[in-house]
Ligand binder design. Sequence first.
Ligand code: FUC
Length: 801
Amino acid sequence: MTKPLVFGFAAMLAASAAVAQGVDKSTAVLWYDKPATDWEKEALPIGNGRMGAMIFGGIDAERVQISEKSLWTGGPGTDGGYDFGLPNDSQAARMKAIGSKLVDGATLAPEDVARQLGRKMHNYGDYQSFGDLVIERDADPAPVSNYRRELDLFDGVARVSFSQGGADLEREYFVSYPDQVIVAHWTSTGTQKLRVRFAMPDNRSVETRTDKTKVRVTGALKSNGLRYAAMLRVLTDCGSVTADEYSLRVESSCPVTFIVGARTNYQMRYPDYRAAGVEPADVAAQDVLRATDLRHDALLDHHAADHTALFSAVKLDLGGGPSKLPTDQLRASYATGNEANDRLLETLYFNYGRYLLIASSRPGSLPANLQGVWNDKATPPWNADYHVNINLQMNYWPAESANLAETVGPLFDFVDHLVPPGRLAAQRYFGAQGWTMFLNTNAWGYVGPIDWPTAFWQPEASAWLARHFWEHYLYTRDDVFLRKRAWPVMKGATEFWLDALMTGKDGRLVVSPSYSPEHGPFTAGASMSQQIVSDLFESSLEAARKQGDTAFAARIDAALKKLDRGLRVGSWGQLQEWQGDLDDAKDDHRHVSHLFALHPGHAIDPGTTPELAAAARKTLDARGDASTGWSRAWKINFWARLRDGERAHKLLEGLLRDSTLPNLWDTHPPFQIDGNFGATAGIVEMLLQSQTGVIDILPAKPAAWRAGSVFGIRARGDATVSIAWDACGAKIVEVTAGHEGPLTLRSSIFTQDFRVSVGNVLSEAPEAPSPGGLRTVDARPGVTYGFARAAQTCGPNQPPR
Ligand code: FUC
């Protein structure tokens, strides 16, 4: 983690530091005045990456619904077998025949291609709910007052409090990453009479054992034999805990702590996904034993320190709040005229996006899936899997820019483990070297296509995932990571496309068969395919040169020269989605894949390719704003890249108004977490961009964000950036470099007189405006460079910037 900056231009930003120290939390707490009844819409998520829990805050009975990321049906060991989506024989001839036909100008219906190249999903499996921890109180007929249920994003703790029958009750819940347990802690000024048990899903049979203060459930999934176990231990310093067959009875006038460990014998290793010699019940018991020794206070300290260190690295202030409205009402009344409330909700949503990534993606487990880590179903939407034609990638968009690089490890581990089966997919489907995969994957290394014509094709996925490794390198400039982790993955994806590209009629290299997700016909060289491969080849060329892999660099260079870049302006001024001008101006499809080159790619930029940027704008206008949550979130990023802050903000508004649930989860519908993450990344894009080699300050700030500040966001080049602004534009910018070397900034600050500080030393006199609003610093690692507008006030005669 990159440490937050200490602003050199102290006074006006003292508030930021106060928040970073946890003094003012108004923009970092979701709260409600009644219990949740609906899992999807109201319950509050906590998690440590591997385990998730949903908190309802019931008065008489609390339901803590638990998930463990590896509890998947399907895969190896399933009755009827499992093949990773890989055929035994080579499909290369069939692939080539279809590819050639398309290169010759044919278009094919997806149904046609799916019939020939698709594959039935065979024991693909589903992500499972683990079960519930149920804590019931002896019913109390007295009325309840002062009810509050909250999720504190700052320390990662959910809390419930209320008064009843003269007693004040407080409950606290967290999932600890350092200690790998779920903790509930209940206090009351009266005596607590409780019964606690596990309630496992109806479709599963488990063995339950109790022993004084413990309950243990063990089971194996019927379909594939994956073993799982949960252990509960109840601790209290007075009163009694007694066990019956399935539950524990607690009677205590002291605080009561519930510690839960949950494990499976899954390991993320192709092709053998069962950890040898691992007994989940033993591991869960050890988790609980260690946590028991620590007891509640130390567990909370460990958890809060771990979570807060990540969360507090960034602080956003959009000028919102404070508000007396509970979060559901804040959301329901959004964009109806109270600007302070609107800014508060936007800030909260941003903070929540960072919170959700911390809670659903930590090293040592699978990456965040379509629902992060939270799931209450046996057959969740889209299996709660990993779709790789936008969704998994979108989950990780904020990881680097929103200063959460610590969360991206699970994605890299997951991709690494897909490379070996992905090599077989490349060989058997394409007769090609390198590695590839298609539309979706699961916990079990699935790398083949499926057979649903609308969505089964995205062999560019390996290239798109490889770019996350490259981006990590750009943000960190970590040469060891580049050599050891990024380059093998990037090189494998590049080898695949060097082999699999075909020569089009015009002599250019094209992807064929090619399909623009998830509509239109199969053709050769759809724009997205070409843009992704261009993006891969460009970054691989640079990486190969850095690695001294000159022969390979020469191959990439030669291919790049012949590659169709997938950037064409069509008859109505749009950016074409396909090589042929097939775009329908009335098409409002949610995927706007042919704008990949605008975001997350960077081949389209209003400064360097204004015609293409204008065409992208035309396309986006035609598509319209309204769509699924993730589509709206992507469009925030698109408009930010077009430097249109007003439109980006309008998209954010639509997302919050129409695609956000009372618990601020993004909805497809139903709930799908990618939109939360995509919008969080989009908010950063509105404040800071660095994809063109320049650190661009406030590139797409909307007028509604009149005055504010952001602290600790990241730019490529290993720079940590903080900005304060008012209606006249940026007032203060601070950049801390992680590496030696030049960093170029663009800001309206440099278009007028400004002051400079290096470290804590302020320059004697203001400097005169610099050409183009650009300023280059020869950065030294660990040094903070500050720039402040000489005129710190924003008078009525100063133009807005
Ligand atoms: C993609 C999208 C769908 C959905 C699914 C999980 O295929 O087109 O809208 O988000 O992923």
